[in-house]
Write a protein that binds this ligand. Structure first.
Ligand SMILES: Cc1cc2nc3c(=O)[nH]c(=O)nc-3n(C[C@H](O)[C@H](O)[C@H](O)COP(=O)(O)O)c2cc1C
Length: 203
């Protein structure tokens, strides 16, 4: 009986506890410690690429399935590719940084939604039910439900040149000649669950 006294919660307290239990526990992971199943996480699962300014609320997000993580100019690097017609592309041109967020499987519908609707037509953030949060090192926001967040500062961009395609299958991806623009970002900070590497706090 005594224990039952301890389990009385108001509705508000219950909601807070539920949120705490559901919250994804992320900590900072040094880029040198980052473990990422690269092909699976990009091609099979996808990320949300988000760009803009959290403090003003002006930002957009889209699903990104092509890209990479590696090393460039001795810096930890993430590369994303964005077609000209994406609303996100306007943001990528205007703002100096972006985030790449990976999510646990229960949020796969949000990725489908953000990959099939444009921020020009709908408020994706409201519709997909994810929670934008401020990043630690850059202005572009991330999402609280993510199990991995990479905060990136833009370093370089380039446009795919069809004259440089060395494999025939590449052109098939561009019936409308809407060749991607590549953006290389320096990973300024990464925050993830323990499966992505040892946390800086715990070594
Ligand atoms: C799984 C998946 C992966 C995608 N990867 C990319 C990508 O890497 N680059 C790109 O330009 N569009 C990609 N898209 C398409 C955009 O996410 C989609 O066109 C989106 O609606 C653009 O939103 P926006 O207009 O608000 O920027 C992908 C879509 C899906 C479903």
């Amino acid at each position: 009986m005594a224990s039952q006294i301890g389990i009385y919660y108001t509705a508000k307290q219950r909601k807070l506890r539920q949120n705490e239990e559901l919250a994804v526990k992320r900590e900072e992971i040094a880029p040198s410690q980052l473990r990422l199943p690269v092909y699976r996480s990009w091609c099979d699962e996808g990320f949300l690429l988000t760009c803009g300014d959290h403090s003003t609320g002006r930002f957009n997000t889209m699903t990104a399935g092509w890209g990479s993580v590696g090393c460039m100019w001795k810096r930890p690097m993430a590369m994303v590719v964005v077609r000209p017609q994406r609303y996100t592309r306007k943001f990528m041109e205007e703002y100096p940084d972006f985030t790449i967020c990976h999510f646990p499987p229960e949020h796969s519908e949000a990725l489908v939604y953000c990959g099939s609707h444009s921020g020009r037509d709908v408020n994706k953030i409201v519709e997909c039910g994810l929670t934008p949060i401020a990043s630690k090192t850059i202005g572009s926001p991330a999402f609280d439900e993510a199990d991995l967040i990479m905060e990136c500062g833009k370093m370089y961009f380039d446009d795919l040149e069809p004259q440089h395609f060395l494999a025939e299958f590449i052109e098939e991806n561009y019936p409308n000649k809407d060749y991607h623009r590549l953006y290389f970002g320096e990973i300024k900070a990464a925050f993830g669950t323990k499966e992505y590497g040892s946390w800086q706090t715990t070594g």
